[in-house]
Design a protein around this ligand. Structure first.
Ligand SMILES: Nc1ncnc2c1ncn2[C@@H]1O[C@H](COP(=O)(O)OP(=O)(O)OP(=O)(O)O)[C@@H](O)[C@H]1O
Ligand SMILES: [Mg+2]
Length: 252
């Protein structure tokens, strides 16, 4: 579905992604982990084609990302960036409707409005559908951007810290929803800091450290020594009723 081969990227000559090779299978739900500044957001932007690698290739369904038109790309892949403070004035409904743009020739049709309404209901945003986006809380706004990504009906969805602004209930609701999308065949990749949330919902993990892949695979990649080495924090891995939890044991 998505194949990265030897991907390298530098901002103004400063290397940030240092040779990443990884494949994401169709319908996989992958957590992209790693410390602040390890390159997660940059990697998402490379997969989305916003950034172009200086070496290596990014392919989506066997095609180089750079060769896919913006409109076609938007039908294939949705991207929800990390934190969006300044937003244009628009209602929640109109913002989510924008997700239909890659399917619209010049004005949205009945189906576009129906799909938008269905997504608003699915995310429990129908109550605030006519509110101005700028008058929402950070978490509500985050959910609206996730709704807009869903309106694109993509086959791949990339989300950069989608739960960072959400309360406990919404963190779980969003990850549960993303898991359902993955089960339905959508390839989901989330950059996320909360290891326990990632462990609960994601089935694949890739840990970046200084622009390189330190570990990748299933939940068995998590070891106390590895976590201490990457994050500099001692933890204890606890198994309880078939689930795994990572508990910090000491202050730094
Ligand atoms: N637009 C930019 N111009 C120059 N350097 C950048 C730019 N964006 C990010 N960087 C640098 O690239 C490195 C990786 O940043 P990136 O945002 O990909 O990390 P991240 O893993 O997403 O971090 P975080 O967990 O804090 O979101 C950092 O050293 C950062 O300072
Ligand atoms: Mg980031």
């Amino acid at each position: 579905m998505i194949t990265l081969s030897g991907v390298q990227f530098a901002y103004n000559g400063f290397p940030v992604i240092k040779g990443i090779t990884h494949s994401f299978a169709k319908g996989s739900f992958t957590a992209l982990l790693g410390p602040n500044g390890s390159g997660k957001s940059t990697l998402l932007r490379l997969i989305n084609g916003i950034l172009t690698p200086q070496a290596g290739t990014v392919e989506v369904m066997g095609r180089s990302v750079g060769s896919i038109s913006a409109r076609e790309m938007a039908r294939e892949m949705a991207y929800v960036p990390q934190m969006q403070y300044n937003t244009f004035p628009a209602t929640v409904f109109d913002t989510v409707l924008l997700g239909r743009n890659p399917y619209i020739s010049w004005s949205p049709g009945k189906d576009d409005r129906r799909i938008t309404a269905e997504i608003l209901v699915r995310l429990g945003l129908d109550d605030i559908a006519l509110k101005d986006l700028n008058k929402l809380s950070g978490g509500q706004r985050q959910q609206v951007f996730i709704a807009r990504a869903l309106a694109q009906q993509p086959s791949v969805i990339l989300l950069d810290e989608p739960t960072a602004n959400l309360d406990l209930r919404h963190q779980h609701e969003i990850l549960l929803l993303l898991g359902e999308l993955a089960t339905g065949g959508i390839t989901v990749l989330v950059a996320i800091h909360d290891l326990n949330l990632a462990l609960k919902y994601c089935s694949e993990f890739i840990i970046l450290d200084d622009g390189q892949v330190r570990a990748e695979g299933g939940s068995d990649i998590f070891r106390e020594e590895l976590i201490e080495d990457i994050y500099g924090v001692r933890t204890k891995i606890i198994r309880h009723e078939g689930e795994m939890f990572i508990l910090p044991t000491e202050p730094l």
